[in-house]
Ligand binder design. Structure first.
Ligand code: SF4
Length: 272
């Protein structure tokens, strides 16, 4: 890595609000031509503290694209400041312009719910209603998610209100036309999700749809293959199920039943 690349790398993390930088594996020695190191040699972090990296963004020809160039993120070493808090993460996001999704957003959708909840739901990104309100899952899909949480928990004898869990997304700004977030957007904004999850320390995470499962599990498998089985993000159990917007389509009634089954497993694991 050249001194210029190291400098860009450090600036990237500084922009994310990360001030205590540790790297693993240790950075290779600078080339002989380098006059002086850009930063003091950091302590290597234990490998177990690292989060599975997102796959790198595929190269794209953006010469005719109306979009600005992709986020020039160097290979990510996921990490978070020590003693991180939700307030600190929110402050670090600020009026974020770290990726192109800032361009059309109205409101950043940080997340909502009980920050002490043992259960966190992770979706893909805000839609139009969420972008307008600044709150996650408030449109039709959100209403279905509320029904899923409150209806299933009621039936299972674990009465739970939606406000008692925490809900957030992989990206905090609405992608144009509700498109799927691009890998580099997920990689940059995903760092805030990782910090949120580490600060929240839930007993379990429920991934809603394939974007969330890709972000947390790094798996290329689709929801149909991943759903219903426990996986892990770091040491936290993860259950993948369908995104509520997929369940709203009338021909997905079987998926609805499966999603309810997945949710039952999560609720009993967390609250029994
Ligand atoms: S999606 Fe995330 S990284 Fe991109 S501008 Fe919004 S808050 Fe920043």
């Amino acid at each position: 890595m050249t001194p210029e690349e190291i400098k860009r790398y450090l600036e990237f993390y500084r922009d994310l609000g990360i001030k205590d930088l540790r790297m693993h594996p240790p950075a290779p020695p600078p080339p002989a031509t380098a006059a002086k190191p850009v930063a003091p040699a950091p302590e290597p972090a234990p490998f177990s503290e690292r989060t599975p990296a997102m796959p790198p963004a595929p190269p794209a020809d953006l010469s005719e694209s109306p979009l600005p160039p992709p986020v020039m993120a160097p290979a990510i070493l996921p990490m978070q400041p020590e003693n991180d808090t939700m307030e600190r993460i929110r402050a670090d996001i600020g009026d974020c312009k770290r990726c192109r999704l800032c361009q059309d957003r109205n409101k950043i959708v940080f997340g909502a719910g009980n920050e002490k909840a043992p259960l966190v739901f992770v979706g893909e990104g805000p839609g139009a209603d969420e972008d307008a309100s600044g709150l996650p899952f408030v449109g039709r899909a959100g209403q279905l998610l509320t029904q899923m949480i409150e209806g299933t928990s009621q039936k299972e004898g674990i009465p739970l209100l939606r406000e008692q869990v925490y809900i957030c997304n992989v990206v905090k700004c609405r992608p144009p036309e509700n498109r799927t977030p691009l890998p580099d957007e997920m990689e940059v904004c995903g760092q805030f999700l990782f910090r949120q999850l580490m600060a929240l320390q839930p007993k379990a995470i429920c991934c809603l749809g394939s974007t969330a499962s890709k972000a947390l599990l790094g798996s290329k498998d689709g929801v149909m293959k991943l759903r219903g089985k426990w996986a892990k993000w770091r040491d936290i159990p993860v259950m993948v199920t369908y995104h509520p917007s997929y369940l709203l389509r009338p021909y997905n009634q079987n998926a609805k039943r499966e999603a309810w089954d997945d949710l039952k497993k999560v609720l009993h694991f967390v609250y029994d």
